[in-house]
Ligand binder design. Structure first.
Ligand SMILES: *Cc1c(COP(=O)(O)O)cnc(C)c1O
Length: 528
C-alpha cells in the first residue's frame, strides 16, 4: 500500500472502508501472528441475563402454544386468559433468570400500572414473532418500559417518560436513515439549508449522500484536544447568528468520547430561547457510559429528537436494536402545521393511506410510515422479537431501581481499565473528568512523538508523513488496525482507538507498538 496513488485512494474512502483495507494489508504479513483490530466500535462483551431471559420466554411461549394445537412440530396460538398465572407457575423463583423475569413483571405492574396478563401475553407473542407489530410504532405494553429506561439512563432528573413517544428501529443506524428521510419528505429541511454538527463526529453524519444537498457548517463548533474534546460554548453561540435550521449532535461524542458539559447544555438553552424553531437531533448511544448523564432531550424536550442504540452497552450490534424518541409536544409537528397550503396539500396526499386525517399524523408516525414507503405502513415497525430483546435489556436496568446497576458498572470498568493501559503505555496524560465516556481515545501521533522525544522530531514527522502513513505502517508492520481520525473530521495526526472491542491486555500492546513504530521513525530521523 506504500505507493502514493494507493494512499490517495485510501484517504478518499469512508473510515470503515479504510479499516477493511488495512486489515487485509495486515493479513498479508505472515510474520504477524495476532492482528489487533481496535478500529471498530462494537464491544467484545455481551449482556447474558437478558438473553437467557429471552430464551426462557421462548420456552414458555412454546409450552403455551401447544395448549391450543399440539401436532408434533406444529403448535397453536397463545391464549391471553390467565397467562400471567401460568407464567408464574412456570418460573422457579430460586433460578436467577426466572427471578429476573418475575421482578421485571412486578416492575411493569407496580411501577407502570400495567395489566399482568396483557404484559405476559405481549411478551410471549413478541418473542415467538406472532402477529405483525401492532400498533406498528411500538407494542402497547413495551412503550412505557422503553420510556422508563430512556428516562432512567439518559434524563434521570426530568419527568419525561409519560410525555414521550418512542419508535424502536433496526439499530441507531436505521433511526438515522429514517429521520433524514422524513425530515426531507416533510420539507423540514430543504436542499441548501444549513445544518450544524459537532465535529469530530461519527462518519455517517458526514457521509450520508443526502446530506450533500445541505450546507454543513460543522466547523462552527469543532471540539479540540486542548479543551479535552469539550465543545467551546463561545463557538457554539455562533449558531445564533446563522440561519442554521437544525443541529445534529452526538453526545457523548464519537470519537471524542466526551459528554456535553453543563455549560454547553445551558448554552443550547440560550440558543433555543433566541431561535425557538431550531430542530435538534441528538444521538446518545454512549450516554450510559457517563455517570449522571444528561441528554439534550432532557434539557430541551420540545426541540429535540433523540436517537439511542442498545448495540454498545449490551453488546448487541447483530440484533439491530435502536430507538427514536420525540416529545408529544414538539417543534417538528409545529413546523409541519405551519407549512404553506400547497406543501400541506401535497403531504396530505402523501400520507392519506396512513391516517384518516393525514394532517394530524405526528412527525414520529410519519417516520414510521416513511420507513416502509407508506404503502407498507401496515407491516412497519421493528420485529416483535427485536422489540422484546430491547425490553428485556431495558428491564435489566429498571429492576435495579435505586441500586447501582452492576452490569453498567462492569462495562464502564472494562473500558476504563483499557483506557488506562493504553494511555500509560503511550505515556500520555489521562483525562479523568466524569464526562469522559472512555469508549474511544483519539491519539495524536505527533503529540505522542513530541512527548516521547522532542518538538524537532514531531516537526520532522509532520513534514514527512501523513496520518494515513502511520495507519498503513501500523497495519502492515505491527498488525494494528486503528480508525482514521480525519474520517471523523479531526485535524491530521489523529488515530481513533476503540476501547470496546479487544481483550483488555491488548491495549498495552497497542500502546507499545505505537511507541516502537515511533522509535523506528526516530532512528531514521537521527540518521538524516
Ligand atoms: C455505533 C453508533 C451508532 C450505530 O448504532 P447501531 O445501533 O449499531 O446501528 C449510531 N450512532 C453512533 C454515534 C454510534 O457510535
Amino acid at each position: 500500500m506504500n505507493n502514493e496513488n494507493t494512499k490517495k485512494e485510501l484517504e478518499q474512502l469512508g473510515t470503515f472502508e479504510i479499516s477493511r483495507h488495512l486489515l487485509s494489508a495486515a493479513e498479508k504479513n505472515k510474520e504477524i501472528k495476532n492482528i489487533l483490530n481496535a478500529g471498530q466500535g462494537d464491544p467484545n462483551w455481551i449482556n447474558t441475563k437478558a438473553r437467557l431471559a429471552f430464551n426462557k420466554l421462548v420456552e414458555f411461549g412454546i409450552k403455551e402454544s401447544s395448549r391450543t394445537i399440539n401436532e408434533t412440530d406444529l403448535a397453536g396460538y397463545v391464549v391471553k386468559e390467565d397467562i400471567s398465572k401460568r407464567f408464574k407457575e412456570f418460573l422457579n423463583p430460586l433460578n436467577q433468570i426466572d427471578s429476573f423475569l418475575l421482578e421485571g413483571l412486578s416492575y411493569t405492574h407496580d411501577k407502570l400500572n400495567l395489566d399482568e396478563d396483557a404484559v405476559v401475553n405481549e411478551w410471549t407473542n413478541g418473542v415467538l414473532g406472532n402477529n405483525y407489530p401492532t400498533p406498528s410504532r411500538i407494542l402497547e405494553m413495551n412503550e412505557p418500559v422503553l420510556n422508563a429506561y430512556l428516562e432512567n439512563v439518559l434524563y434521570k432528573n426530568k419527568d419525561l417518560a409519560h410525555q414521550t413517544d418512542v419508535f424502536p428501529t433496526e439499530g441507531g443506524t436505521a433511526a438515522i436513515v429514517y429521520i433524514f428521510q422524513s425530515l426531507k419528505e416533510n420539507h423540514l429541511i430543504a436542499p441548501g439549508d444549513k445544518i450544524a454538527i459537532n465535529t469530530p463526529i461519527f462518519p455517517p453524519y458526514l457521509e450520508i449522500p443526502q446530506l450533500n444537498d445541505y450546507e454543513m457548517v460543522g466547523v462552527d463548533f469543532q471540539s479540540k484536544e486542548e479543551d479535552h474534546w469539550q465543545i467551546d460554548p463561545e463557538e457554539l453561540k455562533k449558531v445564533i447568528d446563522t440561519d442554521v435550521k437544525a443541529l445534529f449532535l452526538v453526545n457523548p461524542s464519537n470519537p471524542g468520547s466526551k459528554a456535553f458539559s453543563k455549560e454547553v447544555l445551558d448554552t443550547l438553552k440560550e440558543i433555543v430561547k433566541i431561535k425557538p424553531d431550531l430542530m435538534i437531533i441528538t444521538d446518545d448511544v454512549y450516554g450510559t457510559f457517563v455517570d449522571d448523564f444528561e441528554s439534550v432531550y432532557g434539557v430541551l424536550p420540545y426541540n429535540t429528537l433523540l436517537v439511542y442504540s442498545f448495540s454498545k452497552l449490551f453488546g448487541a450490534a447483530g440484533w439491530r436494536l435502536g430507538t427514536i424518541a420525540t416529545n408529544k409536544q414538539n417543534i417538528f409537528d409545529k413546523k409541519i402545521a405551519e407549512l404553506d397550503a400547497k406543501t400541506k396539500a401535497q403531504l396530505e396526499e402523501r400520507y392519506q393511506i396512513a391516517a384518516f386525517q393525514p394532517s394530524k399524523l405526528k412527525f414520529i408516525d410519519r417516520i414510521v410510515a416513511d420507513s416502509r414507503s407508506i404503502g407498507l405502513y401496515h407491516t412497519s415497525g421493528l420485529s416483535t422479537p427485536q422489540q422484546m430483546m430491547e425490553i428485556l435489556f431495558a428491564l435489566t436496568h429498571l429492576v435495579e431501581q435505586n441500586k447501582v446497576d452492576n452490569y453498567i458498572k462492569l462495562a464502564k470498568n472494562i473500558i476504563s481499565t483499557r483506557y488506562d493501559l493504553l494511555h500509560d503505555s503511550l505515556k500520555m496524560e489521562k483525562d479523568s473528568s466524569s464526562l469522559n465516556a472512555k469508549y474511544y481515545s483519539l491519539i495524536n501521533i505527533f503529540s505522542v512523538a513530541e512527548n516521547l522525544y522532542d518538538s524537532e522530531f514531531s516537526t520532522y514527522l509532520k513534514e514527512n508523513y501523513r496520518t494515513i502513513d502511520f495507519l498503513i505502517e501500523l497495519a502492515e508492520k505491527k498488525g494494528i488496525i486503528l480508525a482514521y481520525g480525519p474520517g471523523f473530521d479531526t485535524p491530521s495526526g489523529y488515530l481513533r482507538v476503540s476501547e470496546a472491542n479487544l481483550p483488555t491486555e491488548d491495549y498495552k500492546k497497542i500502546g507499545e507498538n505505537i511507541v516502537e513504530l515511533l522509535e523506528e521513525y526516530h532512528d531514521t530521523f537521527k540518521q538524516k
